[in-house]
Design a protein around this ligand. Structure first.
Ligand code: AMP
Length: 628
C-alpha cells in the first residue's frame, strides 16, 4: 500500500510527516526546512507557496495570503471583523462565504489551503520517491463541522484522499504516547500562531481518550506580534506623529520585525528592532527610521494580558474532565508559541508542574498525524483513537426545550437513539430541529439543520413512536435520522458544509450557558410545566370529544377548565400556577370520566397508553400538519 502522510495544516506553519521504520519522521520541504509557512502569494502569473511567499510579503502585502485557516469553513458574517485586520482583501462571496481577492481574481479559503497542502505533498513525494496520495490532516479541537468539511475539501482539491481529520491535541498525544507506556492523564497545551487549545486526555495501553477540550480561537503567537507592533507604532507615533498602521507595507514590515524580535527573545534577554525607511516625515519629506531596543521584560509586560487569557480555558478543561491540576500526570507543550519562556512559566504556575518538552512543539502534531495515518493504513497496530465532541447535540422538543442526545465531551464516534412522540392529536408530520449548544432552551442554541418526517398515521398525541438517531462520525460530521416505528418511514439529514459555529461561538456558548444557568433552569421548568398542563388538556379535550353520551351540564365544568388551561399554556408565566392548574384539570378529568363511564372510570386502552407514552417520550413540537 502507498504510504500515507500526516499533515499539520497550521495557521502559520505546516508540517508533513510519515512513518518510517515504525517511527514518525518529519519530511523536509524543497527548501530543506522542516516547517513550511502556510502562506500563498500571487504576483502576475506567478504563484508562490511557503517560505518564498512569506519572504516577499513585505513587497506584496495585497497579494500575500496568510493565516487563511482563520477563514476556512466560516461565513462572511462570522469573520468580517477579522477581515478588516488582514492586509489583503477579503470579501463576501455570493454564497455568503469568504473570498480572497488578488489582482481581481477570487479564491476560496479551501483553494488557498489546497495550494499549501499540494506543496507539502509534492515536496514530500520528492523525498519519498513516490507520489503522496493519502493523508491524515489535523484541525483544532474546536473546529466545527463546516470547518472540518472545508479542510477535507482542501485536501481533495490538492489531490489527496483524506483518510481522517484528527484534532491537533489528540495527534500530539498520539505522537507522545508512542514513547510512553502505562495509564496517564495528559494535558495538551497548544499555543500556535493563531489559536489556543487545551485538551485533557487519558493515555494508556494504546488507547487515547480525550476527556475534555477547551480553548480560545483568537489567541496565539500573532497576537504577541500584534502587541509588539502596537507598542512600536505607538512609540513611533509619539515621536514622529505618523501612524505606521495606516500604511499596509509598513504594517507588514512591522509584523515581520515583531515576530523576529519575539523569537529572539525566547533565547536572548534583549533584542534590537531596526527598520530603515519605514515612513516619510510629513513635514520635511525626509525618510524616517525605526530603531529601538526591546527587552524580554518589556515584551513580557506587553503580552501579560494575552498570557492571562490561557487561565480560563485551562480551568474549563480541568473542570469538564472533573479533575484538578494535581490529577494531571503530564503536561505536553505544542505549538511554536510555547517556546516563549513566559508561556512555559504560566503553564507551570497554573498547573504546578514542569511541562514536558521532550517532543518538539512545532512537529509533534504532524508526527501524531503520521502515526494515525499509519494506524489507518495498517502500518501501526494496537492503537485506538478516541475523540470527543466539543458541544452538546440535540433536538428541539415541545415548548422550545432543547433535549440533548449527545452530551458535550462525549467520545466520538458515537451513536445515540431516543424515542420521541407527537404533540398533537392526528399529527401526521414532525419537524426535527437539530441543534448544538449548552443552553436549556432551543432558541438559545445554534441551529444546525432541520427536516420533516411525514406520513405518520393519525394517532392520538403521544402515541406515535418516533425514533431519532444521532450518529456523529470520527470526523465530527453528524447524521440525523428520524423513523416512525409503526410504518418504518424514515427521513434524515447530514450536517456538513452548513453555516455552523465558529470556534469563537463555541466558546461564547459554553460561557453563556454557565452565565445563564439559573435563568435557563427556570425557563425549562416553565416549559415543562406548560407541557404537562397541555398534555392533560389534550387528554381532557379528547375525553370531551369522545364522550358522546355526556350532557352539556356534565361537560360544562371540564370544558371551562380546558379553556382555562389553554389560556394558561399560552400566557401563564408562573410555574406553580401551571402545576396547580394541571392538578385541578386532572382531578376534573377523572371526575368527568367517573361520571360518564359508569363501568369504573377506566379510560379506553389506547388513551391510557397515549397518556403513559406522553409521559415517557419527549414530544417534538413541530409545525405539524393536521390529518386531512
Ligand atoms: P505554530 O502554529 O505551532 O507553527 O506556531 C507558530 C507560532 O510560533 C508563530 O507565531 C511563531 O512566531 C511562534 N514561534 C515559533 N518559534 C518561536 C520561538 N522560538 N519563540 C517564540 N515564538 C515562536
Amino acid at each position: 500500500m502507498a504510504k500515507a502522510v500526516g499533515i499539520d495544516l497550521g495557521t502559520t506553519n505546516s508540517v508533513i510527516a510519515v512513518m518510517e521504520g515504525g517511527e514518525p519522521v518529519v519530511l523536509v520541504n524543497a527548501e530543506g526546512n522542516r516547517t513550511t509557512p502556510s502562506v500563498v502569494a500571487f504576483k502576475g502569473d506567478q504563484r508562490l507557496v511557503g517560505q518564498v511567499a512569506k519572504r516577499q510579503a513585505v513587497l506584496n502585502p495585497k497579494g500575500t495570503l496568510f493565516e487563511i485557516k482563520r477563514f476556512i469553513g466560516r461565513t462572511w458574517d462570522e469573520i468580517k471583523h477579522e477581515a478588516e485586520r488582514a492586509p489583503y482583501e477579503v470579501v463576501r462571496g455570493d454564497d455568503g462565504g469568504v473570498r480572497f481577492v488578488v489582482e481581481g481574481k477570487q479564491y476560496t479559503p479551501e483553494e488557498i489551503s489546497a495550494m499549501v497542502l499540494r506543496k507539502l505533498a509534492e515536496d514530500a513525494g520528492e523525498r519519498l520517491g513516490e507520489k503522496v496520495t493519502k493523508a491524515v490532516i489535523t484541525v483544532p479541537a474546536y473546529f466545527n463541522n463546516a470547518q472540518r468539511e472545508a479542510t477535507q475539501n482542501a485536501g481533495r482539491i490538492a489531490g489527496l484522499e483524506v483518510l481522517r481529520i484528527v484534532n491537533e491535541p489528540t495527534a500530539a498525544a498520539l505522537a507522545y504516547g508512542l514513547e510512553k507506556k502505562g495509564n496517564e492523564t495528559v494535558l495538551v497545551f497548544d499555543l500556535g500562531g493563531g489559536t489556543f487549545d487545551v485538551s485533557v486526555l487519558e493515555v494508556g495501553d494504546g488507547v487515547f481518550e480525550v476527556r475534555s477540550t477547551s480553548g480560545d480561537t483568537h489567541l496565539g503567537g500573532s497576537d504577541m506580534d500584534y502587541a509588539i507592533v502596537q507598542w512600536l507604532a505607538d512609540e513611533f507615533q509619539k515621536e514622529y506623529s505618523v501612524d505606521l498602521r495606516k500604511d499596509k507595507q509598513a504594517l507588514q514590515r512591522l509584523l515581520e520585525a515583531a515576530e523576529k524580535a519575539k523569537i529572539e527573545l525566547s533565547s536572548l534577554p534583549e533584542t534590537t528592532i531596526s527598520l530603515p525607511f519605514i515612513a516619510m516625515d510629513p513635514g520635511s519629506n525626509a525618510p524616517l527610521y525605526l530603531d529601538t531596543k526591546l527587552t524580554r521584560a518589556k515584551f513580557e509586560e506587553l503580552i501579560a494580558p494575552l498570557l492571562q487569557r490561557v487561565r480560563g480555558p485551562l480551568e474549563q478543561a480541568l473542570k469538564d474532565a472533573k479533575l484538578s491540576a494535581s490529577d494531571i500526570d503530564e503536561v505536553i507543550l505544542v505549538g511554536g508559541s510555547t517556546r516563549v519562556p513566559a508561556v512555559k512559566a504560566i503553564v507551570k504556575e497554573i498547573l504546578g508542574k514542569e511541562p514536558n518538552q521532550s517532543v518538539n512543539p512545532d512537529e509533534v502534531v504532524a508526527l501524531g498525524a503520521a502515526v494515525q495515518a499509519g494506524v489507518l493504513t495498517g502500518t501501526v497496530d494496537d492503537i485506538v483513537l478516541l475523540d470527543v465532541t466539543p458541544l452538546s447535540l440535540g433536538v428541539e422538543t415541545k415548548g422550545g426545550v432543547f433535549t440533548k442526545l449527545i452530551d458535550r465531551n462525549t467520545t466520538v464516534p458515537v451513536r445515540k437513539t431516543e424515542v420521541f412522540s407527537t404533540a398533537s392529536n392526528n399529527q401526521t408530520g414532525v419537524e426535527v430541529v437539530v441543534l448544538q449548544g449548552e443552553r436549556a432552551m432551543a432558541s438559545q442554541n445554534k441551529l444546525l439543520g432541520r427536516f420533516q418526517l411525514e406520513g405518520i398515521p393519525p394517532m392520538p398525541a403521544g402515541m406515535p413512536q418516533i425514533e431519532i438517531t444521532y450518529d456523529l462520525d470520527a470526523n465530527g460530521i453528524l447524521h440525523v435520522t428520524a423513523k416512525e416505528k409503526s410504518t418504518g418511514k424514515e427521513a434524515s439529514i447530514t450536517i456538513q458544509n452548513t453555516t455552523t459555529l465558529s470556534e469563537e461561538e463555541v466558546e461564547r456558548m459554553v460561557k453563556d450557558a454557565q452565565a445563564h444557568a439559573e435563568e435557563d433552569r427556570k425557563a425549562r421548568e416553565l416549559a415543562e410545566a406548560k407541557n404537562q398542563l397541555d398534555g392533560v388538556r389534550l387528554q381532557a379535550q379528547k375525553a370531551l370529544d369522545d364522550a358522546e353520551g355526556a350532557t352539556d351540564e356534565q361537560k360544562k365544568d371540564l370544558q371551562a377548565a380546558v379553556e382555562q388551561a389553554q389560556k394558561a399554556v399560552d400566557e401563564e408565566t408562573d410555574k406553580g400556577r401551571l402545576e396547580t392548574l394541571a392538578r385541578e384539570l386532572a382531578e376534573k378529568l377523572q371526575l368527568f370520566q367517573a361520571n360518564t363511564q359508569p363501568q369504573g372510570g377506566q379510560a379506553p386502552e389506547g388513551e391510557a397508553q397515549a397518556a403513559s407514552d406522553a409521559g415517557d417520550d419527549d414530544v417534538i413540537d413541530a409545525d405539524f400538519k393536521p390529518a386531512g
